[in-house]
Design a protein around this ligand. Sequence first.
Ligand code: NAD
Length: 307
Amino acid sequence: GKLERLGVQESVEAIFPPSELAAFLSDLPVDVSVVDEAGIADCDAVVTRNHFDALFEVDWIHSTQAGVDRFPLEALAEEGVALTNSTGIHGRTVGETVAGYLLAFARRLHDQIASATERRWERPAWDEAFTLPGTTACVVGTGTLGRGVADVLGSLGVETVGVRRSDDPLPEFDEMYAIEALHEPIATADFVIVTVPLTEATRGLFAASEFDAMRSDAYFVNVARGAVVDERALIDALEAGDLAGAALDVFETEPLPETSPLWELDEVIVTPHAAAYTRDYVRDVGGIVRENVERSRRGEDLTNRVV
Ligand code: NAD
């Protein structure tokens, strides 16, 4: 049927106030309102962060995240429910966050901030700090995130090596490898950065043998999904000194449990799944929703369609 009622599900409040997105979309020729779980049933389409069983009854779901691993893709396809995602908007934000991690490690900022919180005037050892030009980052996954990361790091003088399903070149990367050859580029990189979606093919992609393959003075960065990495194997590698450190935005369990050893490790930066956060988020997500409401009402195919 024709799209008439669009709900903004309350679960988006993990990212921004639902009312802000509803207000941003209020000029559309559809009825837009914030809905709780029970309110989903009254909608033709719903913008949401989380999955709810009631969503099987709507025509179209829009995920405020790029990753759709929390949605039952096959079941939605069987029920004829369309699912669109928010890929395409996180390149610059995540790229800058990753640059921040690398700059922190190189310039020792995380260490000095940790000292400062205890009022300690403590400089790095003479041979600890370095600069980024001349270092190499291997970026695994060359979609929006991977390209955004390569673009920002390239502007800082970092050599960028991409890993994708083919080894076809992309303009943001100095070099490209196919995923089958993963161990080759990660063996030489100063930084290994994970930007692939969580799928059956990428679950546990980084485990003991990958951390073994990496240099012991290399840093590991995960801004994709926690389950792409075997977290126990990563902790073991860090504790054994087989890696220099890690910056992690995503975890097997979120929020990261208080008991996790990752909180305690000096060379580990933990951020709360916030790598893509920006005050522009409402407008960025809203732009995709707006475009698809217009397409839907014209009877055209949706953009960013996953199912
Ligand atoms: P995207 O769809 O633009 O890019 C994903 C890329 O990964 C594509 O180029 C795809 O071809 C590639 N890929 C898929 N399977 C692969 C495999 N087996 N081997 C090699 N490459 C493979 O998505 P995106 O916007 O770049 O986001 C990527 C993922 O990052 C999301 O699925 C999400 O899980 C995560 N993410 C995290 C945050 C955060 O806040 N930390 C923000 C946005 C996205």
